[in-house]
Ligand binder design. Structure first.
Ligand code: UDP
Length: 311
């Protein structure tokens, strides 16, 4: 039974949705965040909840709380390419030192440890779709290396604590996820395209737009993670929507749904931008009985409504 959960990155996009999830299921939740990319507005609706607590803290330095914990979720990290380019060293530190601190806390509390890993561990993949058995194609010294290698190291550290200390762990490899509470300025494709479309500004497609991504709506992701932490599976396990689209198709879909008159313009493709990405979710289907439910247009409509409100 998960009665008390600590979530690092609890004021972030995914972290705050996870806080909502565990509070709704009756648990006590402690959100920890240093607020470099997280925001109090993501959790302001929870502040008055007596089962919710927020601690402003950089988890790379220190992490401890009094009382029992059943689950420690390490979800703190800059997560968009422009964020980790802006904060390369904090990104490396939170993946390395932060994972170590969070694992230490889980070990001390005899709690389950859940790691937010990423499809970025597959780098620019040479196999498509990507099964969990694929080792990846990552450039360690490129601009994305700070995130990719930090997450790969975090997986290695997590497995070492599991094997050496017997900590029960759950590793989720998260594919591109979108939804309300993404920052308008976070630089990822979905918030950029929606913000640009709503403001009537040019929609910036990088490269020729033929690169692909597979977009997961946030409630589907949270459901997958919830099932994983309540299961006995260590993972790593891919959670993502296998519907693969080109970026140009995604841009056109957003333009249509916002009824925008924005033009689509083509900009330089970022260094090491993966050409394809699509999760193989055979394992999640089989072991967690999970699959995504929210179709892209439905998820985008909800996300567009959120961006209309905050813009
Ligand atoms: N992208 C784009 N225009 C933007 C932002 C991103 O065409 O304004 C592209 C980016 O080059 C990549 C894809 O969209 O091919 C997804 O980028 P994002 O930053 O959302 O996440 P990534 O999957 O690269 O981590």
């Amino acid at each position: 039974m998960i009665k008390r959960v600590l979530i690092t990155g609890g004021a972030g996009f995914l972290g705050s949705h996870l806080c909502d999830n565990f509070l709704a299921k009756g648990a006590k939740v402690i959100a920890v965040d240093n607020l470099i990319t997280g925001s109090m507005t993501n959790i302001e609706h929870l502040i008055k909840n007596p089962r919710f607590e927020f601690i402003k803290l950089d988890v790379t330095n220190y992490l401890h709380v009094p009382g029992p914990l059943d689950l420690v979720m390490h979800f703190a990290s800059p997560a968009s390419p422009i964020d980790y380019a802006r904060w390369p060293i904090p990104t490396l530190k939170v993946g390395a030192l932060g994972t170590h601190k969070a694992l230490g806390l889980a070990k001390d509390k005899k709690a389950i440890f859940a790691l937010a890993s990423t499809s970025e561990v597959y780098g620019d993949p040479e196999v498509n779709p990507q099964p969990e058995t694929y080792w990846g194609n990552v450039n360690p010294i490129g601009p994305r290396g700070v995130y990719d290698e930090a997450k790969r190291y975090a997986e290695a550290m997590t497995m070492a604590y599991h094997r050496y200390h017997g900590v029960p762990v759950r590793i989720v490899r998260i594919f591109n996820t979108y939804g309300p509470r993404m920052r308008t300025e976070d630089g990822r494709a979905v918030p950029n395209f929606i913000t640009q479309a709503l403001k009537g500004k040019p929609i910036t497609v990088y490269g020729d737009g033929s690169q692909t991504r597979s977009l997961t709506y946030v409630s589907d992701l949270v459901d997958g993670i919830d099932r994983l932490v309540r299961s006995k599976e260590t993972g790593p396990i891919n959670i993502g929507n296998p519907v693969e689209m080109t970026l140009l198709e995604i841009a056109n879909t957003i333009k249509k749904l916002t009824k925008s008159r924005s033009r689509i313009v083509f900009k330089k493709l970022p260094v090491d931008d993966p050409k394809v990405r699509r999760p193989d979710i055979t394992l999640a289907r089989k072991l967690l009985k999970w699959e995504p439910k929210v179709p892209l247009e439905e998820g985008l409509k909800r996300t567009i409504a959120y961006f209309r409100r905050i813009l």
